[in-house]
Design a protein around this ligand. Structure first.
Ligand code: PLP
Length: 226
């Protein structure tokens, strides 16, 4: 199937999942993950209406930023502090804020650039040792302190669920992220409006559990040849 056809299928799946959960389909934004995907294909997705693109490497984001037109960029992967300066003027949203040193660097670079950068706090809900992200019990203090930084605006949470055969198994992970966000929403200076959760394997479940952003690569562009 073509990229356009894949997108149509995904949109239908998202709409069905949203309706099953009593939500509106338009509450869910697709972030098209373009890692290891050629710029021309990324451009095809934009042309098909997916204007929010996600990259997990700074270098690749920088390259495609200049090659693809009409896109908004999301940094979704682990971000080294010394690379923040390369993306501060390019990204709409950082999904992977996972430590205080990174928060300070984003804050500093954003203020230098005269802007406020939106970020989601990455939470390692599933406690996978291989994954980045704050532990569940660290999130509240972190968000409370980050709320004070003038160069960062915290707008929600992000998680990566474990890759499992049956995506139904990760439903509790998504449910827990939503619960954590619920518990934080009274913190002043932030807005818990986004839950970035769900990938090719598990986005339907994530939408049923309240995702407002799903990050989808394979289902749009096909399997990556790494
Ligand atoms: C690669 C990646 C995705 C997309 O994964 P697919 O399974 O190809 O949909 C989503 N989120 C992050 C953080 C990724 O690195």
């Amino acid at each position: 199937m073509s990229i356009v056809e894949n997108i149509t299928v995904i949109k239908n799946e998202i709409a069905d999942a949203a309706l099953r959960a009593g939500r509106q389909p338009n509450e869910v934004k697709i972030i098209a993950v373009t890692k290891n995907v050629a710029a021309a294909k990324a451009q095809e997705a934009v042309r098909a209406g997916l204007t929010d693109l996600g990259e997990n490497r700074v270098q690749e984001l920088q390259n495609k930023f200049s090659e693809v037109t009409g896109a908004r960029w999301h940094l979704i992967g682990h971000l080294q502090s010394n690379k923040v300066k390369y993306i501060v003027d390019k990204v709409d949203l950082i999904h992977s804020l996972d430590r205080w040193s990174l928060a300070l660097e984003i804050d500093r670079r954003a203020r230098e650039a005269g802007k406020v950068l939106s970020a989601l706090v990455q939470v390692n809900v599933a406690k996978e040792t291989t994954k980045f992200g704050l532990h569940v019990n660290e999130v509240k203090d972190f968000v409370t302190e980050a709320a004070i930084l003038r160069g960062i605006y915290i707008r929600g949470l992000m998680t990566i669920a474990p890759l499992v055969q049956d995506p139904e198994e990760v439903r509790p992970v998504f449910r827990q992220l939503r619960q954590i966000a619920e518990d934080l929403k009274e913190i002043p200076g932030i807005k818990m409006e986004h839950l970035s959760m769900g990938m090719t394997n598990d986005y339907r479940i994530a939408v049923e559990e309240g995702a407002t952003m799903v990050r989808i690569g394979t289902a749009i562009f096909g399997r990556r040849e790494i």
